[in-house]
Design a protein around this ligand. Structure first.
Ligand code: GLN
Length: 295
């Protein structure tokens, strides 16, 4: 689709390009118009390498032909449904700018809930060993690392490509001390023991129609789906993770909107006390935690 705000020579006024692209995005992807405008601005910012304030105050400037072409190419990708985070190569999470690629799940605002809950269990002025299972971009591990400089954090992922992204994010955020490990859940952890274990595993049922919608179509299926009821990964993690958790250590899991009863039951059966669930910003029980009983 070509936007018709083009003047002779290929230049166009930023404001008309924005309006036309916003309408196209709303029509094609069904985005609310404020969200569409935000996305258009993010694409323009990325092409022009300017911040939001600059863009808003230069709406009547011309967008030169080459920038217009670059913007058009990005817009075409978005119009085909590719997630904005993959097009831009980044996503903000817990105040951090994270690099994301199609090898990683795109961090969600919902996942800030598990970070907040974990921070409550990690003392500020004491060493504390923390494990993040299935770290992807490193979002949870790095958000914790930035808030708790005394925490000794290990983050694992089965995907070497995801670990490269996590590594780049760790370096960019000055979190070089976070240990990154290729590991299928706990398989490569040896005899490491932790005070706190967190995980945002795949938890969508494998035939859930949401997997065919929106951003999820483009994300790694191994990071999203897990067996007929979505709980396969959580059951696997629960077989091994308690062996790596110190007595009285905390275990925190993110899960699906309708899985809190099941996950509480699995934690109760798995030898955890003080089991309870926490709601996300949308009011949905999104995180369940428990404390390892002494043997
Ligand atoms: N929260 C994601 C979603 O429902 C899924 C992420 C996951 O499976 N951990 O879109």
């Amino acid at each position: 689709m070509k936007i018709d705000a083009v003047k002779a020579g290929g230049d166009a006024v930023i404001r008309s390009v924005t309006t036309a692209a916003q309408a196209a995005l709303s029509a094609k992807l069904g985005l609310p118009s404020d969200e569409a405008r935000l996305e258009v601005r993010m694409l323009l910012q990325s092409v022009l390498k300017k911040d939001r304030a600059w863009l808003i105050s230069h709406e009547l400037d011309d967008l030169h032909a080459d920038s217009h072409q670059d913007f058009q190419a990005l817009l075409e990708r978005r119009l085909k449904g590719e997630p904005i985070a993959y097009i831009l190569g980044k996503r903000e999470f817990f105040g951090l700018d994270l690099m994301v690629t199609p090898d990683t799940l795109i961090p969600r605002p919902d996942t800030e809930t598990i970070v907040e809950a974990a921070l409550e269990k990690i003392p500020e002025h004491q060493a504390c060993r923390v494990l993040d299972l299935g770290t992807g971009t490193g979002a949870i591990a790095l958000a914790i690392a930035r808030q708790r400089s005394n925490a000794l954090i290990t983050a694992v992922d089965a995907s070497v490509h995801a670990l490269q992204v996590a590594q780049a994010n760790a370096a960019a955020l000055g979190c070089g001390h976070v240990e990154l490990l290729a590991s299928d859940w706990c398989s490569a952890l040896g005899d490491r023991q932790f005070d706190v274990i967190v995980s945002n595993p795949p938890y969508i049922p494998e035939h859930d129609p949401h997997l065919q919608q929106g951003d999820l179509r483009f994300e790694p299926i191994s990071a999203l789906a897990s067996g007929p009821d979505g709980l396969d990964a959580i059951r696997r993690i629960l077989l091994a993770a308690p062996n790596h958790l110190k007595h009285h250590g905390w275990f925190l899991l993110e899960h699906g909107y309708d899985q809190s009863n099941d996950v509480r039951m699995l934690l109760n059966q798995g030898g955890f006390d003080e089991v309870r669930s926490i709601r996300d910003l949308g009011g949905i029980e999104r995180v369940t935690l428990g404390r390892r009983q002494p043997n």
